[in-house]
Design a binder for this molecule. Sequence first.
Ligand SMILES: Cc1cc2nc3c(=O)[nH]c(=O)nc-3n(C[C@H](O)[C@H](O)[C@H](O)COP(=O)(O)OP(=O)(O)OC[C@H]3O[C@@H](n4cnc5c(N)ncnc54)[C@H](O)[C@@H]3O)c2cc1C
Length: 378
Amino acid sequence: MPLQATKRGSARTALRGEYDVLICGASFGGLAVARELAGSGARTLIVDRYEVGERATSACGIPTDWMYALGLERALQQTFGEILLHTQYGSVRWRLPWTFSTFDYRGMCSLLRAQSPDAAFETATVTGRTGEVVHTDRGDLRAELIVDALGWRRMLGTRATVQPPNARLSRGLEVHPHGRGTEMEIWVKRSYVPAGYGWSFPADDELRVGVGSYDPHYHVKDPTVRLAQDTGVDTVRYQGNWIPHKIRPATEGGVFFVGDSAGHCLPTSAEGIRTALYFGLACGRELRAVVEGRRRRRDALRRYHLFSAAHAWKFDLLLNVQQAYPRVPAPALHRIIQGMARQPVMDQVWNWYMGIAPPEFARASRVADQRPPVAVAA
Ligand SMILES: Cc1cc2nc3c(=O)[nH]c(=O)nc-3n(C[C@H](O)[C@H](O)[C@H](O)COP(=O)(O)OP(=O)(O)OC[C@H]3O[C@@H](n4cnc5c(N)ncnc54)[C@H](O)[C@@H]3O)c2cc1C
């Protein structure tokens, strides 16, 4: 549940300074970058308009292995080996070759933040950038290495931000009522949303029930209310946001973009946590090499840019699936979903999907391997 923990009024003092690394945004992407800089000696500052973990930005569903790979398993809530899909013509059960889990956002962010103890953190709202200077509501911050992990707005880019609903964005809204469940459920019913899907993710004593639309013009408030009513849960504690569905250049104007700011959210599924972590780790490793004098900034920018670009075809393929989805007649869609339930197909599709951002990438972290166990900060 959102808590107002941010310093306000007179407690909001001026903020100025020069850093080696400035990470803007302290959610999945930004905190993953910071983690890879731990112990490097970099003067790192992380800024966010809210305290770490203050505002949940999603239903917090992730492949379970990622939580273990990053040592975040203490924030896990519930684990699911199957997805129960509902179409207009019935229900189909998909058994995954690996598991998905829900987690507690505040707990997860606290654990991840604890892995970068030498980075400073300040609450500040980023308002723009001029060269190596980032402007915030508390003052100007200068850094040689700047990361934009601020989400879909891509605030620190060089071009004017394209605003929704004209940008390449989906939209999602969910309610978080108290309640318990045992199934991870997905609704692919056009009666809720012509292009998109509904979901219910149980997380201990909470259910996260929502609807996402691939078409940003289609409002999801009414469908979310209808899905909540149909599943018998209260329409309380709303949480929603825009979701990028087009990968974008991961560097621009000397800035590194990570997570939603680079469109690192997978089309069709709108899964963006795992990928924000994945590209965050990749970016952090490049920055670490610069800080330690092993690489020039310009080479790190090029390498990270190419690393992200090498994944673009997979994102584009999923975008094609997303765009084809509304054109598939409902009976055919049901048959496709049934056909996919065959275990060899399931295993192949979902293992390919996991391979886009595999948990082994986190385990390969040299930094993580050398780090002593971290304490829970929450
Ligand atoms: C309703 C909904 C449900 C979702 N469910 C899932 C799910 O279950 N699993 C999944 O994988 N993905 C899910 N997603 C997608 C996922 O939330 C995003 O892809 C993911 O959060 C991206 O992480 P990020 O770190 O790039 O950006 P964000 O998580 O958006 O973090 C951006 C950070 O920047 C801060 N910030 C923004 N602007 C400013 C500013 N001007 N100044 C200072 N700070 C600022 C924010 O406070 C925030 O902390 C969902 C999205 C929605 C909308």
